[in-house]
Ligand binder design. Structure first.
Ligand code: SF4
Length: 290
């Protein structure tokens, strides 16, 4: 935290959730040693008032307005994420593209920890995609029950296995169009498999953490995962797409949690204006929320 900046904790009343608008006072005294007592007005007064604060370094458009997706702000966010999470990888335990596909399908509405508890025994029991393809969804249900939504997940996993065997020779395809033809596979799952197993940056994984934190960091205003992904693909350099998703997912687990983000411990804090921060040294923007 910069010296001299007094952090403020958002009021319980929520009144502080509003974006703070700094207005130029009609006139302020400019107390410089050389010209004591000189009075300045309007924009100059505002510039003087802002000097030395975080606002001074805020990225702006050519029209002078704050731009949350200015390249220098994005670069600083990525730099701080690199420092926080230098070598993060997919948290789902897997040893093949097929195992990663299954684990990602099972992770919907569940936690990675929960899925990792289930999959070792699951892959021991059914070691190949052909073994899954030979099942009926009902046979698989007891094995994946604890991950939630187990009927739909069983249907998706068995359906995907049958199609991988019938259409792709038992190999999970490394092509997004083909992956999207598998039951239970949407862009998030396809991006996880392509990025984490095939190392192909075709898109950005938008899970619940990326959804929430992208909005808090004002990288998007959208609420629909596909639109969020499109926004992120525009502002994040392609070579960062895979790592960025992993870093944001870890950030969402460790600090930027849904209900009570640990803003006082977060090194992105001075760049973050989220309206639902629990601690802030900068203005908060009411529309930047999870
Ligand atoms: S400052 Fe708070 S809301 Fe912003 S990214 Fe960090 S933890 Fe999340």
């Amino acid at each position: 935290m910069p010296r001299g900046v007094v952090p403020r904790r958002p009021a319980r009343s929520g009144s502080q959730d509003k974006a703070r608008v700094v207005r130029a006072p009609a006139s302020v005294k400019l107390a410089t040693p050389s010209r004591p007592g000189k009075t300045i007005t309007g924009k100059a007064a505002l510039a003087n008032k802002s000097s030395g604060s975080a606002a001074k370094q805020r990225p702006r458009t050519s029209a002078g307005r704050y731009n949350p997706v200015a390249p220098e702000r994005i670069a600083e966010i990525l730099k701080r994420l690199d420092e926080l999470y230098p070598d993060v990888k997919c948290a789902l335990t897997h040893a093949s593209a097929w195992e990663l596909l299954v684990a990602t399908i099972l992770s919907a509405q569940s936690t990675d920890v929960n899925v990792n508890r289930v999959t070792p025994e699951l892959f021991r029991k059914y070691p190949t995609v052909e073994a899954f393809a030979a099942l009926s969804p009902e046979q698989l249900e007891p094995d994946v029950r604890s991950t939630g939504f187990f009927r739909n997940k069983s249907k998706s996993v068995v359906g995907a296995a049958k199609r991988v065997v019938a259409e792709f020779g038992g190999q999970v395809p490394d092509d997004i169009e083909k992956l999207l033809t598998l039951p239970g596979v949407a862009r998030k799952t396809a991006n996880v498999v392509l990025g984490s197993w095939f190392n192909k940056a075709v898109g950005v994984v938008v899970d619940t953490h990326v959804h929430r934190i992208s909005r808090r960091l004002e990288l998007t205003k959208q609420d629909d995962p596909q639109k969020i992904e499109q926004d992120l693909m525009k502002v994040i350099p392609r070579e960062k797409w895979i790592l960025f998703s992993h870093q944001i997912i870890w950030h969402g687990r460790k600090l930027c949690i849904a209900r009570k983000p640990k803003c006082a411990e977060c090194s992105l804090e001075t760049l973050c204006h989220a309206g639902d921060k629990t601690w802030s040294t900068v203005d908060m923007h009411k529309n930047a929320k999870a």
